[in-house]
Design a protein around this ligand. Structure first.
Ligand code: DAH
Length: 344
């Protein structure tokens, strides 16, 4: 029995020596050491031996099993390391491979400028009106009549305003000011709102004019609102939007729906006020119109001008964006040239 054991031991050792892989090792373990393996069948014969032999042969069998376990473990470890290294070698990440191009979307400068202006006014306590109070398809009633614009005013001319066929008195709005009327018809003072949106004019297109552009309308109606409040809010807006260093001027002006009226000019960024094509030689660009809401407008919507007063303003988004980013042609906003849009 001893020689039998030793023979099996030798042949197991030889098998281990010849093994090539982890799966060979697993097979050898199965062949020799499993319950149905060769050692177990011999160990079963131990019970027929004398006590003395049981002890020595038993001890030898245990010793051999332990040795084989040891050898198998060692060999297993060697193969495991080898296979791991091969795997690491083969699966290595090739960092020289060029990346996958994922095109990145950008926010259009009109949208980002609008968002920036809106957030400045929100911080000054204005809220954005809901879109149904600021429609792009308007009637003359909201775009002109209720804003105290006389019937013979040149802005009403077909050369200036797009009239719509099929909608009685329908126009594409030429200004966001009609939103003032919608709000005041729907809400009692205090009213402190802004309305951003697109407007349309029948213009000859050039570097400063397009036949549609964007405005942000503002309206603040409450008891005791003065021209000082208007100046304070607009100065604060200019300071926050441009920073304090940009020269601006307040000019008196005229609008049918405000009295008194004013306009704000900002120094042209392209020529630093010297005069160039963008500012048609004046050194200044007008960015907004404003004023105290006309008594006729308040009366029209049933707000008592003896109790309430208010100011309004309307600013040009493209102009403000051009003056901040030194864009010298309004058409750049609309012809969708990616080389321009990618810069924002
Ligand atoms: N709607 C005017 C325009 O398009 C701008 C404007 C001027 C708006 C005075 C106002 C305002 O609210 O009070 O030229």
């Amino acid at each position: 029995m001893k020689t039998q054991l030793e023979n099996i031991y030798e042949s197991a050792k030889a098998d281990i020596e010849k093994a090539q892989s982890i799966s060979d090792i697993d097979e050898i373990r199965l062949k020799y050491l499993s319950r149905k393996g060769e050692f177990n069948s011999i160990k079963k014969g131990l019970k027929d031996l004398s006590d003395e032999d049981k002890r020595t042969i038993g001890a030898l069998a245990n010793q051999i099993t332990q040795d084989l376990e040891c050898l198998l473990k060692e060999k297993h470890e060697t193969f495991y390391q080898k296979e791991l290294n091969e795997k690491l070698q083969n699966d290595r990440i090739d960092i020289t491979l060029s990346g996958k191009y994922i095109p990145e979307g950008k926010v259009h400068p009109i949208t980002s400028t609008t968002n920036e202006i809106v957030s400045i006014f929100q911080n000054l306590g204005f809220s954005v009106i809901s879109p149904e109070l600021s429609p792009e398809v308007e009637t003359e009633y909201y775009n002109f009549d209720m804003l105290n614009v006389p019937h013979d005013h040149p802005a009403r001319d077909v050369q200036d305003t797009f009239y719509l066929k099929g909608i009685p008195n329908g126009v594409l709005r030429s200004q966001t000011s009609g939103a003032q009327i919608h709000v005041m018809e729907n809400q009692k003072p205090p009213i402190k709102v802004i309305a951003p949106g697109r407007v349309y004019r029948n213009e000859n297109i050039n570097s400063r004019k397009n036949n549609f552009f964007h405005q942000i309308e503002g309206l603040y109606v409450d008891k005791g609102i003065t021209f000082g409040d208007l100046k304070g809010v607009l100065n604060e807006f200019i300071r926050l939007y441009f920073g304090s260093a940009r020269p601006t001027r307040f000019r008196s002006s005229f609008f049918p729906f405000t009295e008194p009226s004013a306009e704000v000019d900002v120094q042209c960024i392209m020529c630093q006020g010297k005069g160039c094509r963008t500012c048609s030689g004046t050194g200044w660009l007008e960015v907004l119109g404003a004023g105290m809401v006309d008594v006729n407008v308040l009366n029209g919507v049933g707000i008592d001008p003896e109790i309430y007063s208010g100011f309004a303003f309307g600013m040009g988004v493209e102009r403000l964006s051009m003056l901040k980013y030194a864009i010298d042609d309004i058409r750049l906003f609309f012809n969708n040239d990616k080389r321009f849009l990618e810069q924002f």
